[in-house]
Design a protein around this ligand. Sequence first.
Ligand SMILES: Nc1ncnc2c1ncn2[C@@H]1O[C@H](COP(=O)(O)OP(=O)(O)OP(=O)(O)O)[C@@H](O)[C@H]1O
Length: 249
Amino acid sequence: MTLLEIDDVHSYYGASHILRGVSLEIEEGEIVTLLGRNGAGKTTTVRSIAGTEPPEVRSGSIRFDDTEITDWPADDISMAGVGVVPEERRLFSELTVEENLRLSAITRSPWNTIRRRIRGTAGSAGTMSLEELYELFPVLEERRDQESGTLSGGEQQMLSIARTLRLPNIELLLLDEPTEGLAPQIVQGVSESIEAIADQGMTVLLIEQNVREALTLADRGYVLDQGEIVHEGTVSSLEDEDLDEYLVV
Ligand SMILES: Nc1ncnc2c1ncn2[C@@H]1O[C@H](COP(=O)(O)OP(=O)(O)OP(=O)(O)O)[C@@H](O)[C@H]1O
């Protein structure tokens, strides 16, 4: 079943025409990568889908789970099952790892409910429970009482992904350059976590500049350049074709 279907989307920031007819599809259970250099429009694509800091979508359609979500507010899109891990990690740096995880599952509740739940045990309505997440990210369990601002870059990225999975009913995870700025030995750990999440049935759109990271994980990929899809195909086609001018290899 097709989970996400983007058809001929044109997005604008003011007068700037950023996405110029982007179409892509993601089947349930796939890991699909969207590759492209700086400024190609990758983050704009994520924002167009998720409705976070959204550009204006002036034509085209975005369907998730057979429902038209073009121009829906971000909260509604999230409620429908789209989780975003943005490029800049958004953590409460003075709260511990576990407090960040507890908060995430309940941030959409009214304040009095949030207060009650923080005082109680866990807000446990997330896509994954704390226990499931600690199994996927053992390092987060080891550091559960540490302030998140003192975690390493890779650990913060894992926490950022884990927080998104504490939102309810996430079916599609949009990961915007999750390995950016991380040391190579740490990249591997983050990649393994993404793979483990996908193994549990999550559908993933993985935004990357670096081809090597994407190819180890993805089933299929698209290449974006100046707001247009210039190539789509299997992972091996991404390796075979001469796409160097569009990619960081
Ligand atoms: N809020 C905004 N207002 C105006 N222009 C914007 C805005 N956000 C992005 N742009 C422009 O849209 C274009 C695409 O940016 P986008 O962030 O989508 O690229 P990207 O492929 O994600 O790049 P990177 O890999 O550097 O994150 C760029 O030229 C950028 O300057």
